[in-house]
Design a protein around this ligand. Structure first.
Ligand SMILES: *[C@@H]1O[C@H](CO)[C@@H](O)[C@H](O)[C@H]1NC(C)=O
Ligand SMILES: *[C@@H]1O[C@H](CO)[C@@H](O)[C@H](O)[C@H]1NC(C)=O
Ligand SMILES: *[C@@H]1O[C@H](CO)[C@@H](O)[C@H](O)[C@H]1NC(C)=O
Length: 390
């Protein structure tokens, strides 16, 4: 064997070892999943343009840290769902409702800001909650799936073939969910007591379960489910006079609201456990986003963040938040109209973007905590979310 051939063999052997390390664990069974698509359902935590398409664009300065313009997100930049797509080498998800410029080849996003699991009995203008509740997002997904099947079976003119997934991608895709917070706040903002809202949680979680079962029945196999965050620590909740009666905990959060969120999360986790038993072929991961966000807010300075209870883009008061004039709105100050823009010095150390939503920097930090599976049940990383646990 000549020297060059031997060297090539050594290089090849080395490459094989590298590849094995990348895709297989010691037991030789943990291949990193190759999801051809991501289908997302949720609220503003993962809305990449849905509400903007239906009700008008989120105004500047939304988007300015990353997209340099409004990009359908209530954030200065990317959301956790963007980091998830990026992690799999997939493009950022197009919003299903976006008619122009969308490409659904590698997924679609059905989330809209203000979405709840249960349909609400109030309009967006009355209450601020989106008409695209989870059941509606499911109708849309269902219709999307049916149309894709039709386009793929007809020999079409090729226009849509470069914009839609392959039929088989629906069973190989990752289905992601981040929804529930607005069901709780919707009740509270209608002046229901915490006990009354807590009493509705079984119904809320039950409706969530139905949607997962339906997607499974359509072939979905990999599910990645975020629980709901500590909304009792968000400026838009704390700043409502009725929320607190002046009472906040040592972190400045409304503890009873966080307990409600945790009560929802316990029931969601139990339901996900039941789904795991019922849906034999599915890999279903529950992710404790609550704990990640709570750590970020209550130990902000340890993690390089500042003023976790102050909105970066907002106006007025202790929390730099005014429920009547949001980020990007206009306010009259001494007779002069000014834009409610970014008032924090540095959004890369801010937690709250607009009093309701997290900054890109916070979203990146949240993603970095969850990606390796440290907050997952079962404890598998995002990259292995297609693996059913034995
Ligand atoms: C809306 O009204 C219907 C009929 O009264 C009720 O069953 C349902 O629970 C209400 N939805 C919510 C979210 O309150
Ligand atoms: C849509 O995106 C896919 C890759 O994600 C690409 O192959 C395809 O060409 C794109 N379609 C159009 C019309 O640009
Ligand atoms: C809740 O109560 C407050 C104070 O009593 C009142 O101003 C507000 O209109 C009520 N909201 C709803 C939705 O009933």
């Amino acid at each position: 064997m000549d020297r060059r051939r031997r060297r090539n063999l050594i290089v090849e052997a080395f490459m094989v070892v590298l590849l094995l390390n990348q895709f297989v664990d010691g037991k030789g069974r943990k291949h990193r999943c190759e999801f051809p698509a991501v289908f997302n359902f949720g609220d503003s935590n993962s809305d990449t343009g849905g509400l903007s398409a239906a009700f008008g664009q989120a105004p500047p300065p939304n988007g300015e840290s990353f997209f340099r313009r409004p990009a359908g997100r209530y954030c200065d930049g990317r959301l956790v769902i963007d980091f998830i797509a990026q992690n799999f080498g997939l493009p950022y998800l197009s919003a299903y409702l976006d008619a122009l410029g969308s490409n659904f080849t590698q997924g679609a996003n059905f989330a809209t800001a203000g979405s709840t699991i249960r349909p609400q009995n109030t309009t967006l203008s009355q209450s601020g909650f989106s008409p695209f509740s989870l059941n509606v997002q499911w109708y849309q997904f269902n219709d999307f799936h049916g149309r894709v099947r039709n386009f793929r079976t007809q020999k079409g003119d090729g226009v849509f073939e470069r914009l839609i997934p392959k039929t088989k991608d629906f069973s190989r895709a990752l289905y992601t969910f981040d929804i529930g917070q607005n069901d709780l706040t919707a009740g509270l903002f209608q002046n229901l007591s915490i006990d009354q809202v807590r009493a509705s949680v079984p119904d809320i979680v039950g409706q969530f379960k139905t949607v997962i079962e339906d997607i499974y029945n359509q072939g979905g196999r990999s599910f990645w489910i975020h629980n709901t965050g500590p909304f009792g620590c968000l400026p838009y909740v704390i700043a409502r006079p009725l929320s607190t009666n002046g009472q906040v905990d040592k972190y400045g959060c409304v503890g009873s609201y966080n307990e409600l969120a945790q009560s929802f999360n316990r029931q969601l986790k139990e339901t996900v456990g039941q789904l795991r038993k019922d849906l034999h072929k599915a890999a279903i991961t529950y992710v404790d986003v609550y704990s990640i966000k709570y750590t970020l807010i209550t130990q902000a300075s340890q993690h390089g963040f500042e003023h976790p209870l102050r909105a970066c883009c907002g106006h007025g008061g202790k929390y730099n938040y005014d429920m009547h004039i949001g980020c990007g709105g206009k306010v009259k100050v001494k007779g002069k109209e000014i834009l409610v823009g970014k008032s924090c010095n540095d959004p890369t150390v801010a937690v709250s973007w607009d009093g309701v939503h997290y900054t890109q920097a916070a979203n990146q930090w949240i993603f970095d905590q969850m990606v390796d599976g440290s907050f997952s049940d079962p404890p598998i990383s995002l990259g292995l979310a297609c693996q059913k646990q034995p």
